[in-house]
Design a protein around this ligand. Sequence first.
Ligand SMILES: NC(=O)c1ccc[n+]([C@@H]2O[C@H](COP(=O)([O-])OP(=O)(O)OC[C@H]3O[C@@H](n4cnc5c(N)ncnc54)[C@H](OP(=O)(O)O)[C@@H]3O)[C@@H](O)[C@H]2O)c1
Length: 237
Amino acid sequence: MQSKKVCIVGASGKLGKYMVQHALDRGYEVVGVCRERSVGKLDTFKGRITIIPGATNDREVIKKAVAGCDGVLTVLVPWGAHHYSSGTAQAVLDHARPGARLIFSCGWHITRDGKDVYPESLKKQEKLARWLGRLTRIVDIDDQVEACRRVFVSDTRWTVVRGSDLEEGESQGLPVWSRHVGDPILESNMTRRVDYALFMVEALENDELIHAAPAIVGGRTPSALAYAAAVGPGHDR
Ligand SMILES: NC(=O)c1ccc[n+]([C@@H]2O[C@H](COP(=O)([O-])OP(=O)(O)OC[C@H]3O[C@@H](n4cnc5c(N)ncnc54)[C@H](OP(=O)(O)O)[C@@H]3O)[C@@H](O)[C@H]2O)c1
């Protein structure tokens, strides 16, 4: 049987490289998109993946990269003052083949329905990032918000995975998730980056996550374990 083909947009970053590894482990044929200057960061995968160099918001680059792909994993980053994030999302939405599974990454700060309840620390962090962004024009949080808004209203088979704070370290297995920040299961607000990538790749085959914006947290964190102990094994949310 022919293996399924997935495109990873933003493959050279920390999250991207973990996703490449998980995708290869699962037998997917992998196409990666990254900036020309970052191609060397993917040397460990030489000969095992196809790399399309270019800006992720370049529509021609994305069109070429997602051709024939069954799934697209997109790292949405709020960099720059030129609508990088929304340009990237739009290019993927427009050029992925109809029916393809589209998985996007972002942080807890993105809300789908306005029902998230944010800790004070996170509100302050976001306020600071917005202020710094306006000052330096290095970060544009509002453009990442716009990118997700476009995904939410699209008629594609999308999932937006909202990451908690991240840390490096050995895998602790698949994160757990909830629909709203503020739910007790998420309280620990920490996920291993390698496991965030695992959740993104596993979402390709999880139809329960279509048209959902799961907020995730590490499965071995205190809040996840406390929730599991209270409701019994096998339950998220
Ligand atoms: N960091 C966190 O604590 C955190 C928390 C929650 C959610 N998230 C989400 O997790 C995802 C990954 O974030 P991450 O922080 O872990 O970063 P990351 O995986 O290292 O990814 C950063 C990406 O941004 C690209 N990039 C860097 N500077 C750029 C620029 N000036 N212009 C265009 N692209 C640029 C990188 O490409 P190159 O390889 O070419 O540099 C890379 O693809 C994001 O969707 C983020 O919203 C992160």
